[in-house]
Structures are given as structure tokens and as C-alpha cells.
Design a protein around this ligand. Structure first.
Ligand code: FES
Ligand SMILES: [Fe+2]
Length: 371
């Protein structure tokens, strides 16, 4: 007799992973010689651009007595705290001046640092690297270096369009991520006459494979029952449209759709702002519809609608989550969510022990669900 399958109970831990790049702000909102506030993983940040337009990110708290630095004076190079006028180099946080020191006082000013973070501009966003918390030594901690660059969108031709959109979700990073990769909510949350109705629910079978730090839904032909894909097939005059979807820790989902010489690529992140809030940022690049004047608007409209439907759903979900911290995850529809929790646990375990990360998937898997 087959074993009775019971759903698995899963507790979310709201733990936010350090040692990764995170999207902080859309690049077009960060102006030269101006200071902007942002929060990542509950860390308050002040973000800006120097005189040459290079972005920077500092901890938004003066190492002297905690004054938020975003209220200070910025001359395009150094940031001056509004409380006692200490000045810091915005790119490495090093203290440049302490006005209260007399000429015979020998305090080594340059050994003092305001927290500073590696910062990069990539595909319409300012990214900030959040390192693992170092030994306590506030005020004397030199900036850490990122081991690699911020994630980039894959582009398959030089000419393409790029657009972003974002939505704040009042749920923890875990709920934001599993909501993003959950295949079963589509027919209920994402109904629209031009996309699908709940009656279009049908059985699906998809292949998944392990990739470093994540998993991939192997290249497949997207479901043919939706208008945009029909349109794409018509425009691209290609028999085979294939799409590949990857998820990698800590929070990155990439999707690539290729149809002949046309392609569409997106990099979506769920960013932990606080333990109970996250933000979804979708950045898409494409070379389809470039000849259509309303192409970008059309795509943005479709995406905005999806993201808004997800946001509203999570807003309602947050109400329920206040009372019940446990989840029931079922096979196969919630298997990606299970993998996410397993990957996260394996990552943390590898960090703790210093051993190589043990991937929770041993090989390719086929999942079936109805959606
Ligand atoms: S608090 Fe910033 S200089 Fe004193
Ligand atoms: Fe969704």
C-alpha cells in the first residue's frame, strides 16, 4: 500500500542572507550631489552619487554618536555629519576631518570609518553588497570587498529595451520568494481576459535540474493558451518558443524567452527590507516589439498588472500570517518552495562549517501540477 502523503510543515525563519548583492534603489532616482535613504536587511543606508556620477552607499549612522548621515552636507566627495561636522570620504567611509580636534591632539582621524558598502550600478539599479557581519569594531571597520560583481541581465543582442518596475510587499523575504516561484496561484490570482481564466487550469509537467546555489526549470515551450505567447509566436514567426527559468540564492529569479531572433529576458529579485517587509523588483530587457511604438508600454502594463495582483494577494496574506507562522507545503506544486528552504539551510550550514554547500537536489526531477 502506498504511503499516505502528508503535507510538510515548514516554519519560516525570516533570516536574511548576508554576503550577497542586493538591489537598493532604481538608478534613475539617485541624483548627483543628493543623498537618498534606503534600507536593506534592516540596515539603514544613505546612497548617493559623487561629482562624477559614481554611486556610493554608507551606513546611515555616524560612527561618532549615531546621527543619520543623510541629513548631512555633501560636497560631491565628502559627507559632513550635521551634529559635530566630522567628514567622511563617501567611497570608503574613511574619516577625513574632526573639527573639534586642536592642533596638539594626536587622534588618528584616518583610522575611523563610517560603515561603507560596495556599490554598483547595473541594469537600471543601484546594487549594494551586504557583507557578513564582521567582528564588533564599529567605527574602525574598513570597508569589505565584494567577491564578485552584481548580477546582470542576460542580453542576446546589443540593441534592446530595458524597463523596471517594483512593488513593496508587507511579508518576510521567505514569503516573497515562495510567492514568486509558486506555480499554483496563477489561475486564481492572475486572471485576465487576455491571459487566462481560472477554467483554463490544466495539468503541467516540467523538468527541473540543480544549478549552483539554485535550480532551473529546464528549457521548455511555454503554455500556448495565453494571448501574449500567441502574439509572440506570430511576430517572431518561430515554431519553437522556449523559456528557461532559474532561481538562485539569495533572491534572484531569471527568465529567458527566445523565439528565433527575438528574445526577452528578466531578472527579478525579492529584497529583504526588514524582517517583515520585502520588495519585488522586476527588470526586463527585450528586443521584441521594438518596432511597435507602444511595445514597452504594453509589456510594462502586462507586468505591472501581474506584480500588482501578487502585491494585493500578499497584503491579504500578511493579515493571516500574523496568526499562524507555520505553512503546509505539498508535492509537487510546492516543491520549488521546499527547495528554496533547503537551499537556504544548506547555504547557512556550509557557512557555519566552512565545508562545501550540499545541494538539496541530487539530479534532474520532473514535477507535475495543475495550474
Ligand atoms: S554624531 Fe556625527 S559628528 Fe558627532
Ligand atoms: Fe504571481
Amino acid at each position: 500500500m502506498p504511503e499516505l502523503e502528508l503535507p510538510e510543515r515548514q516554519a519560516t525563519d525570516t533570516q536574511m542572507l548576508t554576503g550577497f548583492w542586493y538591489r537598493a534603489l532604481p538608478a534613475d532616482r539617485v541624483h548627483r550631489n543628493r543623498l537618498h535613504k534606503a534600507t536593506l536587511l534592516e540596515i539603514p543606508l544613505v546612497i548617493g552619487r559623487d561629482r562624477l556620477g559614481q554611486p556610493f552607499a554608507l551606513r546611515d549612522a555616524c560612527p561618532h554618536r549615531g546621527m543619520p548621515l543623510n541629513t548631512g552636507q555633501f560636497d560631491g566627495e565628502n559627507l559632513e555629519c550635521p551634529y559635530h561636522g566630522w567628514q567622511f570620504d563617501v567611497h570608503n567611509g574613511q574619516c577625513q576631518l574632526i573639527p573639534s580636534l586642536t592642533s596638539d591632539q594626536t587622534l588618528k582621524v584616518d583610522r575611523i570609518y563610517a560603515g561603507s558598502y560596495p556599490c554598483e550600478e547595473q541594469d537600471t539599479f543601484i546594487w549594494v553588497y551586504i557583507p557578513d557581519p564582521g567582528p564588533q569594531g564599529a567605527g574602525f571597520t574598513k570597508p569589505s570587498e565584494a567577491p564578485d560583481g552584481a548580477p546582470r541581465i542576460e542580453k542576446f543582442s546589443a540593441k534592446c529595451k530595458l524597463a523596471y518596475l517594483q512593488a513593496e510587499m508587507p511579508v518576510s523575504i521567505d514569503h516573497g520568494i515562495i510567492g514568486l516561484m509558486d506555480p499554483a496561484h496563477g489561475p486564481f490570482v492572475h486572471q485576465a481576459w487576455w491571459w487566462r481564466s481560472r477554467h483554463s487550469i490544466h495539468e503541467k509537467k516540467k523538468n527541473f535540474e540543480p544549478i549552483p546555489n539554485g535550480f532551473r526549470m529546464s528549457a521548455h515551450t511555454p503554455s500556448s493558451n495565453s494571448a501574449p505567447y500567441k502574439l509572440l509566436r506570430l511576430c517572431a514567426d518561430a515554431d519553437a518558443i522556449t523559456t528557461t527559468i532559474d532561481f538562485v540564492l539569495p533572491n534572484v529569479r531569471t527568465e529567458t524567452i527566445r523565439a528565433g531572433k527575438y528574445w526577452f529576458s528578466s531578472l527579478t529579485t525579492v529584497t529583504p527590507i526588514t524582517r517583515s517587509h520585502c520588495r519585488i523588483d522586476v527588470v526586463a530587457a527585450w528586443n521584441l516589439f521594438r518596432w511597435l511604438p507602444f511595445g514597452p508600454e504594453l509589456l510594462k502594463f502586462v507586468f505591472a498588472k501581474f506584480v500588482e495582483q501578487d502585491r494585493r494577494t500578499m497584503e491579504m496574506q500578511a493579515e493571516g500570517l500574523k496568526h499562524n507562522p507555520h505553512l503546509l507545503l505539498i508535492d509537487d506544486a510546492d516543491r520549488p518552495a521546499k527547495w528554496y528552504f533547503q537551499l537556504k539551510a544548506a547555504h547557512l550550514e556550509a557557512k557555519r562549517t566552512g565545508a562545501e554547500m550540499k545541494h538539496p537536489m541530487s539530479g534532474p526531477v520532473t514535477l507535475k501540477w495543475r495550474s
